[in-house]
Design a protein around this ligand. Structure first.
Ligand code: S0N
Length: 251
């Protein structure tokens, strides 16, 4: 397993375009490394998981980094987490608000410390996420609650978030890391391929064509591991007709 930590505690781990780019690189590394089976996403310190986009670098058109170009690259990061073929667990201490709340919702599971605080602040600071920020929330908490969370910008305790289905487990702050590692190890004991295909299938029920794309990717990956799949390639390389008659047509 690997842990990715948003390290801007002085800003309650608000993200800039650079933070997001760095996080994206970390997720790519985690995907590419065959020894990594689970990713933990967290924030530095105990005050915040993430407080969303850094409002001090927000400009017309998005958040600007050193190059001055406004971006909303956190939206790409959300997709990256959703389609990462390995479980991502949000380990939340303190605030998970605004775009930070959406990041935890994008994770496959969330373990929260008892000091966790959850909610959306967008309409209060003149922003909103009408993509996954709405779609994912509706799936987790239902229409009425999602409207309450977005329209009122209230903040909710970890226990309230647990009761709403936003959080899988709440533990005392001092037990947060220990409990998260227990969850990771339990997942890691299980079949990596089964976990991978299940994540794709759980996504696919809601993702339309991109859900099919993800399931299709897994089907190809599995087929390439089969003798039948290999026969076609082998025959081409040996300049002979493929012999697919040796393979059964299972019911
Ligand atoms: C997190 C809160 C509730 C914590 O309150 P607390 O503990 O009282 O601490 P503060 O004194 O308020 O904060 C400590 C220092 O940290 C700075 N800070 C905190 N959050 C941010 C932030 N998001 N941006 C910049 N700075 C932040 C404080 O300013 C303070 O610094 P100093 O000590 O120098 O004064 C509280 O801090 C709070 O409410 N924070 C703001 C939360 C917020 O509104 N976040 C942004 C919400 N919007 C998004 O995240 C949208 C982003 C997004 O994902 C998106 C997606 C799709 C389409 C569009 C967008 C989009 O960006 O618009």
């Amino acid at each position: 397993m690997v842990q990715i930590t948003i390290n801007r505690p002085h800003k309650r781990n608000a993200f800039t375009p650079r933070t997001v780019t760095e996080m994206s690189k970390c997720f790519t590394d985690a995907r590419e490394d065959p020894d990594i089976g689970v990713v933990i996403l967290t924030g530095a310190g105990t005050m915040a998981f993430c407080s969303g986009g850094d409002q001090s670098v927000r400009q017309i058109g998005g958040y600007a980094g050193a190059d001055g170009v406004p971006r909303l690259n956190v939206l790409d990061l959300q997709q990256q987490i959703r389609h990462l073929p390995k479980p991502v667990i949000a380990m939340v201490a303190g605030y998970a608000v605004g775009g930070g709340h959406i990041l935890h919702m994008m994770c496959d599971m969330t373990i929260s410390a008892d000091n966790g605080v959850f909610g959306q602040t967008g309409p209060r600071v003149g922003s909103f996420d009408a993509g996954y920020g709405v779609a994912q929330m509706i799936r987790l908490v239902g229409q009425k609650r999602a409207r309450e969370i977005w329209f009122m910008c209230r903040l909710y305790s970890a226990e309230e978030a647990f009761r709403m289905g936003l959080v899988n487990k709440v533990v005392p702050l001092e037990k947060l890391e220990e409990e998260t590692l227990v969850w990771c190890r339990e997942i890691l004991r299980n079949s990596p391929t089964a976990i991978r295909v299940l994540k794709a299938a759980l996504n696919a029920t809601e993702d339309g064509q991109s859900g099919l794309w993800e399931l299709g990717h897994n089907a190809t990956l599995l087929f390439y591991q089969s003798e039948e799949g290999n026969e076609g390639r082998q025959a081409f390389m040996e300049k002979r007709p493929p012999n697919f008659s040796q393979f059964k047509r299972w019911p």
